[in-house]
Write a protein that binds this ligand. Sequence first.
Ligand code: FES
Length: 115
Amino acid sequence: MTDQFQKAMSLADLPEGSMRDCVLEGREIVVCRTKDGGLYALDNICTHAFARMCEGRLRGTRLICPLHGAAFDLRDGRALGAPASKPLGCHEVRISGDDIEVRVAAAAPIPAPQL
Ligand code: FES
């Protein structure tokens, strides 16, 4: 783990209202850009079972899992309803020039699927 922000992608590659995955430090991360320009970075693997959140849907500040439909709050990663109960790890994100940069949170545990 580093304590540094790293380039995740170009800002131009993430239009408002979309999300995109990347791998930083061996960790799958989804970067979400809301329609009002909010920018969030969370772990890309659902905490319920194995699904990539980037294949789900973005609704306002809710990220919805493609497999069983659990929703997570982009702002703090908390699970908003069953079947997921554990939060997604959140990471600091910022815009630097033309790039989106993420600092991978050292404290965020790598989510283990709940079986
Ligand atoms: S794998 Fe995401 S809700 Fe089940």
